[in-house]
Structures are given as structure tokens and as C-alpha cells.
Design a protein around this ligand. Structure first.
Ligand code: GDP
Length: 195
């Protein structure tokens, strides 16, 4: 997939600020520090598109990115960050809930998990939530470069087992550092979006 254009569109704190539903969207979820900003920059080939590691998990908005005027990536701020007041967590969880259940042009979720570790409860909940609502998921296992070759398969199996991974979904071994998994990611996103 050739990226001719990738640009930040807007950040929405309220549903009224969401762009229209004319383009297919893929939502990106994952714990703070999993490598989500790096992932966005790597797959779009625009360094600094999603700024890497500001204050983790602080921005409580959905961030929309336009790719080739054909599809949108929708960044959900990283979860699992303790310093956000409970009230904000609840309000934001409700907005994500509305987005995931009501958005007509939502085609799938990219769930980023750290390849080095078993998924955390938050990751499992997010995956199961998507499965409950029949949202296809691309599980992107980040920081693959930090594992030894012989660790790749057992770690993949552990992550799949803990998530209760649906074999209709896709698991991608990814590294922003080594630019691994980029083509496979786009192939899967294009398949989901019907492009
Ligand atoms: P975010 O909080 O999920 O947006 O994560 P960031 O993209 O800011 O990355 C968090 C940290 O992990 C940063 O120090 C990155 O340099 C590092 N990181 C991200 N992707 C990779 C990767 O593929 N390999 C390695 N080794 N480090 C990575």
C-alpha cells in the first residue's frame, strides 16, 4: 500500500466533533507505552505524525488521522495509566464505548500488545470487548526486535491463549525499530476496510 498522504485530522473530546462516516475507520488501542505512536509513525512513514511519548495517557480524546483520503486511523489514548482521575476514566470509557458500538464506518481494531509480556487484564478486556461486538481485531505484537528468535513462537502462543484469540483474527509480529510487519499490517487493514 503506497502512502501518498497521511495527516492528522482532528482530536475529538465529544461525539459531535467526530468527522462524518464517509470513510472506513480502523481504531487503534493499547496500553500506554506499548509503542502505539511509533506504530502510527512507522506504518504511515511520517515521523512525528503521532508524537512519541508525551505525557502517557493524559490526552482524553479520540485522534483522527486521514490516510490517502481513503481511510482513517483513529487513535484511542493508551489505557492502563493510573494518574488519570477515575471520573475522567469513566467518561472516556463511555465515549470509547459509544464509538465502538455506534460508529457505522468502523471496520476493525488494531490492538497493540507488548510482544515481550503476557497481555495485561486491560488488554484481555479490550480484546474480549471487541469480540463481544463482533469487531475484527488485528493483534499487533510490538517491540519484536527485543525478543530472541526462539522466543517468538512461545510468546505468540501465550498471548493468543491469554486473549482467547479468535483464529479469524490476525496476529502480526511488529517492530517499529526494524520496520517489521508494516506490509502485513496494511494488507490486513485494506482487507478489513474493503479497499
Ligand atoms: P505509546 O505510548 O504507546 O505511544 O508508545 P511510544 O510509541 O511512545 O513508545 C514507547 C517506548 O517504546 C519508546 O521509548 C519507544 O522508543 C519504544 N518503542 C516503540 N516501538 C518500539 C520497537 O518496535 N522496538 C523497540 N525496541 N522499542 C520501541
Amino acid at each position: 500500500y503506497t502512502i501518498k498522504k497521511a495527516e492528522y485530522l482532528l482530536s475529538a473530546a465529544w461525539t459531535s466533533q467526530w468527522p462524518d462516516e464517509s470513510l472506513p475507520e480502523v481504531v487503534l488501542a493499547g496500553r500506554s507505552n506499548v509503542g502505539k505512536s511509533s506504530f502510527i509513525n512507522t506504518i504511515t512513514n511520517v515521523s512525528g505524525l503521532a508524537k512519541v511519548s508525551g505525557t502517557p495517557g493524559k490526552t482524553r480524546t479520540l485522534n483522527f488521522f486521514n490516510v490517502n483520503d481513503e481511510l482513517r486511523l483513529v487513535d484511542v489514548p493508551g489505557y492502563g495509566y493510573a494518574k488519570v482521575p477515575q471520573k475522567m476514566i469513566e467518561q472516556f470509557a463511555e465515549m470509547i464505548d459509544v464509538y465502538l458500538t455506534k460508529r457505522n464506518n468502523l471496520k476493525g481494531m488494531v490492538l497493540l500488545v507488548d510482544y515481550r509480556h503476557p497481555p495485561k487484564e486491560d488488554d484481555i478486556n479490550m480484546y474480549q470487548y471487541a469480540k463481544y461486538y463482533d469487531i475484527p481485531v488485528i493483534v499487533v505484537a510490538t517491540k519484536m526486535d527485543k525478543l530472541k528468535m526462539n522466543e517468538l513462537k512461545p510468546h505468540e502462543e501465550r498471548i493468543k491463549r491469554d486473549l482467547d484469540f479468535d483464529e479469524n483474527d490476525t496476529f502480526i509480529r511488529f517492530s517499529s525499530l526494524k520496520k517489521k510487519g508494516v506490509d502485513e499490517t496494511w494488507d490486513t487493514i485494506l482487507h478489513l476496510t474493503g479497499l
